[in-house]
Design a protein around this ligand. Structure first.
Ligand code: SF4
Length: 443
């Protein structure tokens, strides 16, 4: 009998990818995706554990769902993702409304769990088993038919930065077999996907050996370039330690790799980078930056910043701000340090909240200004946009430029999936506005 399922996804692109693959997989046992979260047989929260209050957010969501279904048949309540991996038993003990807790590397078991699920029987499944997860998904067609799609190539991390939960919630680094990834890319292309973003917690650490060939991220990017249907290639999230020369070379040679590098640095102070166990110095990061800029001056950098890391002094913070004078980071993220349970920095003395808040305002003012300057520089110019979809108010289209900035413009929906030239006539911090330019390039 057809059943309905709704997945609410929190956190990173990898959770979004996993949610799509869960939809693909459980449709095999009659659970079909529903947009109506108020009337489903199975409700899945795909959770994120990266910042404080993550756990409380999950219990708040469960409370909200209980309200929705107070007078209705209770759906099978599933907690998935990184909170499931990190807080599994506690979630089951704390709220009997939850039926199943399943970690990110156990999704290949979900169909059997759901098929054999008996009311009131609680299930916890949190084994780290990426090999089986992706071998299983290799047999399940990826039905994503959006213009831009995520494709996970690597999972887990061995870096153990002192503030990060990922090594504990996603396990050790695992790189998927090269051909398995290419097979899935072919499915996406067949579905009409024009842009692929390769995902990994440490995506540039991708390394797969087969027949004495060591495949790296650059091999994947260059292989995807051969697909005529693919217009754009992106990848995220990287670590400076793994920005190897073969990958850097791609910014010169590969015409489909977008000139936009998301490379978290977290702090501009070597002392703080050491305390964070980031395994590199600011000069190593600058070396990568200038190497890439030399090969392709159009490249822009985006990054992540943690403010108020335990021990951060005014001097450390001023070194971060000095780095922002040297590199005009755009489309970047900045957060106040959030102690994560189980990490090395979990119990360190934190910087006074008011000081951290002040520093966050200072760095965000600078980052937002960078964004405005970049967007302003595109006004009165024709820029290339990949058209992703139609906006709700009918005659506007939505797409992104090569720097992932949102572009809203007048245009015909036949442009969806095409690269078009858009004449930008105004901009703000987050969005560019315009109309389709004279020279339209068909995809
Ligand atoms: S490299 Fe990234 S994912 Fe890995 S531990 Fe550090 S911050 Fe976390």
């Amino acid at each position: 009998m057809e059943k309905k399922v709704f997945i609410k996804t929190f956190g990173c692109q990898m959770n979004e990818y996993d949610s799509n693959r869960i939809y693909d997989s459980i449709s095999k046992i009659g659970y079909h995706k529903s947009e109506d979260q108020n009337n489903v047989d199975c409700y899945i929260l795909n959770t994120c554990h990266i910042r404080d209050k993550a756990k409380e957010k999950v219990f708040h969501e469960i409370g909200r769902i209980k309200e929705i279904y107070r007078e209705k048949t209770k759906p099978v309540m599933i907690i998935a993702g990184c909170v499931a991996q990190a807080e599994n038993q506690e979630v089951l003990n704390r709220d009997p409304y939850v039926d199943i807790v399943i970690g990110p590397q156990s999704y290949h078991k979900l169909n059997d769990i759901l098929k054999n699920h008996i009311k009131k029987k609680k299930i916890e499944e949190t084994e780290f088993d990426s090999v089986s997860k992706f071998r299983y998904y290799d047999g399940i067609e990826n039905k994503n038919n959006k213009v831009s799609a995520y494709l996970t190539i690597q999972e887990g991390c061995d870096k153990f930065c002192h503030f990060c939960v990922v090594p504990y919630t996603r396990g050790p680094e695992y790189s998927r077999p090269f051909n398995q990834i290419i097979n899935e890319a072919e499915q996406l292309v067949k579905n009409g996907v024009k842009e692929i973003t390769l995902l990994g917690q440490n995506v540039n650490a991708y390394s797969f050996n087969e027949n004495s060939k060591a495949y790296k991220l650059s091999d994947l990017i260059n292989h995807l370039e051969k697909f005529s249907e693919i217009k754009r290639i992106r990848y995220t999230t990287s670590h400076p330690k793994d920005m190897t020369d073969d990958l850097i070379e791609c910014y010169k040679k590969n015409k489909k790799l977008m000139p936009f590098v998301h490379l978290p640095i977290q702090s501009g102070s070597d002392r703080i980078l050491k305390l964070m166990n980031r395994k590199h110095k600011v000069e190593d990061y600058l070396d990568i930056y200038y190497k890439i800029k030399k090969l392709n001056p159009e490249v822009e950098f985006s990054s992540d910043f943690i403010i108020g890391y335990p021990g951060e002094t005014e001097k450390d913070f001023s070194e971060t701000m000095a780095l922002l004078e040297e590199i005009r980071f755009v489309n970047s993220f900045s957060f106040i340090f959030s102690p994560r349970p189980g990490t090395t920095a979990a119990n360190l003395e934190i910087v006074d909240k008011e000081i951290s808040k002040k520093r966050l305002i200072i760095i965000q003012e600078k980052l937002f200004k960078n964004q405005k300057v970049l967007n302003k520089s595109m006004e009165d110019k024709n820029i290339e946009v990949l058209v992703e979809n139609k906006m709700t108010d009918q005659n506007k289209l939505f797409g992104r430029n090569r720097y992932l900035s949102a572009v809203i413009f007048e245009g015909n929906k036949n442009n969806i999936g095409n690269l078009v030239d858009v004449k930008i006539n105004k901009s703000n911090q987050n969005t560019l506005f315009g109309e389709v330019g004279k020279s339209m390039k068909a995809a």
